[in-house]
Ligand binder design. Structure first.
Ligand SMILES: [Mg+2]
Length: 411
């Protein structure tokens, strides 16, 4: 069962450089780091690393090593949004994806018809072209070897280690390269003269058990021989996803409600597509001026991930309530019954959905590339409603910027 490990290179810094061409062109080292007196480096550009800077190092020390560096505070919202887009790319290739943190993932290639190296090259190409980011890809017969292969491939490379190359690949590596061998364990091993993976592999298992304890000894014995049974475990998908908007002043105008529902639908649809998800149940949430809150749901015949479908369902639910001049404080649109896939590659020529899909995908790509400077989904959609898909993007300021995603289920 071959496994691919994908690891984005200097991820936080790369996201910053992508939206700061001035920094990219200046060529100065860039750090994303806490700036307080006890701040630490979270991500360092490769030219900063060449000067000895690394993640986890106190920022004060990094500044001393690299006085010219530009130090940026972390913007985790931006990193999470870009991460979701990258993970959506991976989900487009392989069904079983185990995400680790924001910038790493294991892919289970069982049943995938492409050769692993061909798939790895495709992934690197797509992530570079669509997301403007470099990643390193490691391929191995299991997670351990795939991970160490991606480390060996860095930066911006691909390394495949086949079954019969595992031994030669692992043996020269430091013992600490193996999973779970932290500072303390490495020190304990070093006291017994065990420095490399080869040293471990050539040590009887009982000896390792005596040094490290039974469980750790057994584990390290197996890993040192390149044996790793851990499966790729795809995350449970989110069960629901949505956006809400609280009005600065209560509203009773149906036109404002419909327009806000369009913004909320667009924001929700964009997140669905970014996560590679689609859902069948659309829930409208309404909170009135007196704080009474109601929800109404409708289950659609098929899973959807496009704005017009969500908006039509939400407006239908709103109109079915027959509210007359009720003063509304908050509106929410939520999609439940999520399943992976959606219909990312649906290409019905000339079909309405194709047109919408194309527009929305363009917006997704712009938003991913330029972050908050890009036209927001709803604003481009509004201009598209007037001009047709591909129309101008000189749109009025969007309403969605105040929408908050809410993790809790509305009911
Ligand atoms: Mg990384």
């Amino acid at each position: 069962m071959p496994v691919i490990h994908v690891d984005l290179d200097a991820f936080y810094v790369s996201v910053e450089l992508r939206r700061r061409p001035d920094l990219r062109e200046s060529g100065v080292p860039v750090l994303v780091a806490g700036t307080g007196p006890r701040g630490v480096v979270m991500s360092a550009s490769y030219d900063a690393r060449a000067l000895g800077v690394h993640a986890g190092q106190p920022t004060v020390r990094a500044r001393r090593l690299c006085p010219d560096a530009v130090v940026l505070p972390p913007d985790f919202d931006a990193y999470a949004a870009v991460s979701a887009n990258v993970m959506a790319v991976l989900h487009g290739f392989v069904r079983r994806v185990e995400q680790v943190g924001l910038d790493e993932a294991y892919l289970d290639l069982a049943g995938v018809p492409l050769r692993p190296a061909a798939l790895g090259r495709l992934i690197r190409l797509r992530v570079a072209e669509e997301q403007g980011l470099a990643c390193s890809v490691g391929i191995g017969p299991n997670k351990l070897v795939a991970k160490l292969a991606s480390v060996a491939a860095k930066p911006d490379g691909l390394r495949e280690v086949t079954e019969d190359q595992v031994r030669g690949f692992l043996r020269p590596q430091p013992a600490a390269a193996l999973l779970g061998v932290g500072g303390k364990t490495a020190e304990a091993l070093a006291r017994f003269g065990l420095h490399t993976v080869a040293d471990l592999a050539d040590t009887p298992r009982d000896t390792l058990r005596r040094i490290l304890g039974a469980a750790a000894g057994d584990g390290l014995h197996a890993l040192s021989r390149g044996l790793d049974e851990r499966p790729v475990v795809p995350q449970r998908t989110e069960r629901s996803l949505g956006h809400e908007h609280t009005f600065p002043a209560d509203v009773d105008d149906p036109e404002t409600v419909r327009r806000t529902l369009l913004d909320l639908s667009a924001a929700t649809a964009a997140r669905l597509r970014a996560a590679g998800l689609a859902g069948r149940t659309v829930t409208l949430k309404l909170r009135f001026a007196d704080l009474r809150t109601i929800t109404r749901s409708r289950t659609l015949p098929e899973a959807v991930d496009l704005t017009p479908d969500l908006h039509a369902a939400a407006v239908g639910l709103y109109e079915a309530l027959g509210l007359r001049r009720a003063r509304i404080r908050l509106l929410g649109v939520r999609v439940e019954g999520l399943a992976p896939g959606g219909r990312p590659q649906q290409l019905e020529l000339g079909g309405r959905e194709h047109g919408w899909s194309e527009v929305e995908r363009t917006v997704d790509a712009l938003a991913a590339r330029f972050g908050s400077a890009a036209p927001r989904p709803a604003s481009l959609l509004r201009s598209s409603l007037r001009n047709g898909p591909g129309g101008g993007n000189h749109a009025p300021p969007p309403l969605v910027h105040e929408a908050r995603s809410t993790p809790e289920n509305p009911r």
